[in-house]
Design a protein around this ligand. Structure first.
Ligand code: CIR
Length: 256
């Protein structure tokens, strides 16, 4: 089985992106494009077959493909993003995912964004964020229960998505910014905390047993390496200005 990663190039409209907890600063579009290319290359070096969706020139946040779908082994759930401006991003992602999985849908009044969903085996931790509401979480629970998944809602604050605050970095280990979430939900895991002053450092992308990780969090990076975790660094400074991070620029799944 091959790992497939869906990505989409950065839209020239990215300067008009949604921002919630990050202040707007100028984005260097050409640099953002180069950084995204290097990111896609890192995915392919880690063994992913990279599928590039058509550019969406008028959809500012369309590079952040993670938010419009939650893909598990049996099905893909098309989300209904809490940011209304992002709902039109779904169609082209759904077209491609339909080739790999039956599609299920989150419907109004539910909202859910993929950045709020952290999968660990058959458990999906879902952030109660400004983008994901209780109806969205309940629908996800109902849709995935028949496939053997349980859904755990996690309280969080002060950041965009659950995976801004926590990601899985090894089978039994999470990287957490404890200021942004209720860490009790992860009490059964070994916990690595983000270093002081590196508040955005908890978002890592795990591919196989290695991580793709921004190069701008040196102290947290050292903690990960000390824990024996293999880390490949990338520079995503321009995507971070759009409140993006490394998980949000791809949808990775086993293609069968
Ligand atoms: C947004 O606010 O929707 C985008 N500017 C950033 C989305 C980042 N997505 C993610 O981390 N999963």
């Amino acid at each position: 089985m091959a790992l497939t990663a869906i990505v989409r190039a950065v839209s020239p409209a990215i300067i008009g992106c949604e921002l919630s907890f990050v202040e707007r600063t100028p984005i260097d579009f050409d640099l953002a494009c180069r950084q995204h290319e290097s990111y896609a290359l890192a995915l392919s070096r880690l063994g992913c077959r990279v599928l590039e969706l058509p550019l969406q020139p008028v959809m500012p946040d369309s590079v952040f493909v993670e938010d419009v779908a939650v893909v598990v082994d049996e099905v893909a759930v098309m989300t209904r993003p809490g940011a209304a401006s992002r709902r039109r991003e779904s169609e082209s992602v759904a077209e491609v995912l339909a080739q790999y999985r039956p599609l299920l849908l989150i419907e109004a009044p539910g909202t859910l964004e993929g950045g709020d969903v952290l999968r660990v085996g058959r458990t999906l931790y879902v952030g109660q964020s400004a983008r994901t509401n209780a109806a969205g979480i309940e629908q996800l629970r109902q849709l995935l229960a028949p496939h053997g998944y349980s859904v755990v809602a996690v309280a969080m604050k002060d950041c965009l998505h659950l995976k801004s605050a926590v990601t899985l970095v090894a089978d039994d280990t999470v990287l957490i910014n404890p200021a942004w979430l209720d860490a009790d939900a992860f009490a059964s895991f070994r916990v690595i905390e983000t270093a002081a002053g590196e508040e955005h450092a908890a978002n890592t992308l795990r591919i196989g047993d290695g991580l793709v990780y921004p190069d701008c969090f040196p102290q947290t990076l050292a903690r990960l390496r000390q824990a024996g975790i293999k880390v490949n660094t990338v520079d995503v400074s321009e995507l971070q200005k759009a409140e993006g991070a490394v998980t949000c620029c791809c949808l990775v799944f086993e293609a069968r």
